[in-house]
Design a protein around this ligand. Structure first.
Ligand code: GAR
Length: 193
Protein backbone atom coordinates (compact mmCIF):
# COMPACT_ATOMS: atom_id res chain seq x y z
CA UNK A 1 0.00 0.00 0.00
CA UNK A 2 1.29 3.46 -0.91
CA UNK A 3 2.14 5.51 2.19
CA UNK A 4 0.78 9.00 2.58
CA UNK A 5 2.62 10.00 5.75
CA UNK A 6 6.27 9.49 6.61
CA UNK A 7 7.20 9.33 10.29
CA UNK A 8 10.71 10.45 11.17
CA UNK A 9 12.70 9.77 14.32
CA UNK A 10 15.65 12.07 15.02
CA UNK A 11 18.62 10.78 17.00
CA UNK A 12 20.81 13.49 18.55
CA UNK A 13 23.53 13.54 21.22
CA UNK A 14 24.21 17.20 21.84
CA UNK A 15 23.23 20.77 21.11
CA UNK A 16 20.83 19.81 18.34
CA UNK A 17 21.04 22.73 15.93
CA UNK A 18 20.52 20.28 13.06
CA UNK A 19 17.56 18.75 14.88
CA UNK A 20 16.15 22.27 15.23
CA UNK A 21 16.60 22.99 11.50
CA UNK A 22 14.78 19.74 10.64
CA UNK A 23 11.97 20.41 13.12
CA UNK A 24 11.48 23.91 11.69
CA UNK A 25 11.61 22.74 8.07
CA UNK A 26 8.92 20.07 8.48
CA UNK A 27 6.66 21.95 10.91
CA UNK A 28 3.19 22.10 9.41
CA UNK A 29 3.97 19.53 6.69
CA UNK A 30 1.05 17.09 6.65
CA UNK A 31 3.01 14.37 4.86
CA UNK A 32 6.03 14.37 7.17
CA UNK A 33 5.81 14.01 10.91
CA UNK A 34 8.75 14.18 13.31
CA UNK A 35 7.58 11.55 15.71
CA UNK A 36 10.20 11.38 18.42
CA UNK A 37 13.68 12.61 19.28
CA UNK A 38 15.94 10.00 20.85
CA UNK A 39 19.15 10.75 22.70
CA UNK A 40 21.94 8.84 24.40
CA UNK A 41 22.39 11.91 26.61
CA UNK A 42 19.52 12.87 28.89
CA UNK A 43 21.05 16.36 29.29
CA UNK A 44 21.34 17.04 25.54
CA UNK A 45 19.94 20.44 24.58
CA UNK A 46 18.48 18.71 21.53
CA UNK A 47 15.85 17.28 23.90
CA UNK A 48 14.76 20.75 24.98
CA UNK A 49 14.55 21.82 21.35
CA UNK A 50 12.29 18.86 20.51
CA UNK A 51 10.07 19.58 23.52
CA UNK A 52 9.69 23.16 22.27
CA UNK A 53 8.13 21.65 19.13
CA UNK A 54 5.96 19.37 21.27
CA UNK A 55 7.81 16.34 19.94
CA UNK A 56 8.09 13.31 22.22
CA UNK A 57 11.60 12.62 23.52
CA UNK A 58 13.27 9.54 24.86
CA UNK A 59 16.80 9.02 26.20
CA UNK A 60 18.53 5.69 26.59
CA UNK A 61 21.60 4.08 28.14
CA UNK A 62 24.33 2.29 26.20
CA UNK A 63 22.98 -1.04 27.50
CA UNK A 64 19.45 -0.28 26.36
CA UNK A 65 20.70 0.81 22.93
CA UNK A 66 23.01 -2.13 22.21
CA UNK A 67 21.70 -4.99 24.32
CA UNK A 68 17.93 -4.83 24.15
CA UNK A 69 15.07 -4.46 21.71
CA UNK A 70 13.54 -1.56 23.67
CA UNK A 71 14.46 1.12 21.14
CA UNK A 72 13.45 -0.88 18.11
CA UNK A 73 10.15 -1.76 19.80
CA UNK A 74 9.55 1.90 20.56
CA UNK A 75 10.39 2.95 16.98
CA UNK A 76 7.96 0.33 15.69
CA UNK A 77 5.25 1.46 18.10
CA UNK A 78 5.65 4.96 16.63
CA UNK A 79 5.50 3.58 13.04
CA UNK A 80 8.82 5.21 12.21
CA UNK A 81 9.75 5.05 8.51
CA UNK A 82 13.00 6.97 8.54
CA UNK A 83 15.68 7.60 11.17
CA UNK A 84 17.71 10.78 10.85
CA UNK A 85 20.95 11.12 12.80
CA UNK A 86 21.58 14.75 13.67
CA UNK A 87 24.83 14.92 15.63
CA UNK A 88 24.41 11.41 17.02
CA UNK A 89 27.77 10.00 18.05
CA UNK A 90 27.28 6.26 18.68
CA UNK A 91 27.66 3.48 16.15
CA UNK A 92 24.23 2.26 15.06
CA UNK A 93 23.61 -1.41 15.97
CA UNK A 94 22.95 -3.94 13.20
CA UNK A 95 19.37 -4.57 14.25
CA UNK A 96 18.52 -0.91 13.55
CA UNK A 97 20.53 -0.78 10.30
CA UNK A 98 18.76 -3.92 9.08
CA UNK A 99 15.26 -2.66 9.88
CA UNK A 100 15.24 1.05 9.04
CA UNK A 101 16.39 3.53 6.43
CA UNK A 102 18.85 5.71 8.35
CA UNK A 103 20.51 8.95 7.26
CA UNK A 104 23.51 10.66 8.80
CA UNK A 105 25.17 14.02 8.33
CA UNK A 106 28.93 14.25 8.67
CA UNK A 107 30.78 17.58 8.92
CA UNK A 108 33.45 16.85 6.28
CA UNK A 109 33.85 15.58 2.74
CA UNK A 110 33.81 11.81 3.27
CA UNK A 111 35.70 9.56 2.82
CA UNK A 112 38.16 12.08 4.23
CA UNK A 113 37.95 12.81 7.96
CA UNK A 114 35.53 10.02 8.78
CA UNK A 115 35.64 6.97 11.03
CA UNK A 116 35.64 6.24 14.75
CA UNK A 117 36.53 9.29 16.85
CA UNK A 118 36.08 11.67 13.90
CA UNK A 119 33.06 13.69 14.90
CA UNK A 120 32.06 17.27 15.66
CA UNK A 121 34.95 19.54 16.57
CA UNK A 122 37.59 16.80 16.17
CA UNK A 123 36.87 16.84 12.45
CA UNK A 124 37.29 20.60 12.11
CA UNK A 125 40.48 20.60 14.18
CA UNK A 126 41.99 17.90 11.93
CA UNK A 127 40.98 19.76 8.76
CA UNK A 128 42.58 23.01 10.02
CA UNK A 129 45.71 21.20 11.24
CA UNK A 130 46.19 19.63 7.79
CA UNK A 131 45.81 23.03 6.12
CA UNK A 132 43.05 21.77 3.82
CA UNK A 133 41.81 24.33 1.32
CA UNK A 134 38.25 22.99 1.38
CA UNK A 135 35.90 21.05 3.59
CA UNK A 136 32.14 20.54 3.55
CA UNK A 137 29.27 18.29 4.50
CA UNK A 138 28.29 14.75 3.57
CA UNK A 139 24.82 13.27 3.89
CA UNK A 140 24.82 9.49 3.58
CA UNK A 141 22.92 6.32 4.32
CA UNK A 142 24.04 4.54 7.49
CA UNK A 143 25.46 1.04 7.44
CA UNK A 144 27.36 -1.01 10.03
CA UNK A 145 30.54 1.06 9.88
CA UNK A 146 31.20 4.63 10.92
CA UNK A 147 30.68 7.03 7.97
CA UNK A 148 30.89 4.33 5.29
CA UNK A 149 27.32 4.17 3.89
CA UNK A 150 26.42 5.32 0.38
CA UNK A 151 26.73 9.05 -0.12
CA UNK A 152 23.57 10.95 -1.06
CA UNK A 153 24.79 14.55 -1.11
CA UNK A 154 27.93 16.60 -0.55
CA UNK A 155 28.50 20.35 -0.49
CA UNK A 156 31.89 22.02 -0.29
CA UNK A 157 33.06 25.19 1.42
CA UNK A 158 36.39 26.98 1.32
CA UNK A 159 38.73 26.80 4.29
CA UNK A 160 40.71 30.03 4.62
CA UNK A 161 44.20 30.14 6.09
CA UNK A 162 42.78 32.47 8.75
CA UNK A 163 39.91 30.10 9.74
CA UNK A 164 39.93 28.61 13.22
CA UNK A 165 38.19 25.31 13.95
CA UNK A 166 35.30 27.35 15.38
CA UNK A 167 35.06 29.44 12.19
CA UNK A 168 34.92 26.26 10.14
CA UNK A 169 32.33 24.69 12.48
CA UNK A 170 30.12 27.75 11.93
CA UNK A 171 30.46 27.57 8.13
CA UNK A 172 29.68 23.85 8.20
CA UNK A 173 26.67 24.32 10.46
CA UNK A 174 25.23 26.89 8.06
CA UNK A 175 25.57 24.41 5.18
CA UNK A 176 24.08 21.60 7.28
CA UNK A 177 21.02 23.57 8.36
CA UNK A 178 20.21 24.45 4.74
CA UNK A 179 20.98 21.17 2.98
CA UNK A 180 20.12 18.43 5.50
CA UNK A 181 16.37 19.14 5.64
CA UNK A 182 16.23 19.51 1.83
CA UNK A 183 18.06 16.21 1.34
CA UNK A 184 15.79 14.47 3.86
CA UNK A 185 12.81 15.70 1.83
CA UNK A 186 14.38 14.31 -1.34
CA UNK A 187 14.80 10.89 0.30
CA UNK A 188 11.22 11.03 1.57
CA UNK A 189 9.92 11.80 -1.91
CA UNK A 190 11.65 8.61 -3.06
CA UNK A 191 10.07 6.64 -0.20
CA UNK A 192 6.66 7.99 -1.13
CA UNK A 193 6.98 7.38 -4.89
C1 GAR B 1 27.15 18.49 13.27
O1 GAR B 1 28.12 19.31 12.70
C2 GAR B 1 27.18 17.11 12.65
O2 GAR B 1 27.58 17.11 11.31
C3 GAR B 1 28.20 16.40 13.49
O3 GAR B 1 27.96 16.85 14.80
C4 GAR B 1 27.47 18.21 14.74
C5 GAR B 1 26.25 18.28 15.63
O4 GAR B 1 25.82 19.61 15.75
N1 GAR B 1 28.08 14.99 13.38
C6 GAR B 1 29.11 14.17 13.39
O5 GAR B 1 30.25 14.53 13.59
C7 GAR B 1 28.75 12.70 13.18
N2 GAR B 1 29.92 11.94 12.91
P1 GAR B 1 24.37 19.92 16.31
O6 GAR B 1 24.21 19.12 17.61
O7 GAR B 1 24.37 21.38 16.56
O8 GAR B 1 23.39 19.50 15.28
Amino acid sequence: MKKSIINIAIFASGNGTNAQAILEYFKGNDAVKINCLYSNNSKAYAITRAKNFEVETRSFSRKEFYKSTAIINHLNSKHVDLIVLAGFMWLIPTQLVDNFTILNIHPALLPKYGGKGMYGHFVHEAVIKNKEKESGITIHYVNNEYDKGNIIYQKKCAVLASDSADDLANKIHRLEHKHYPETILMVIEKLLS
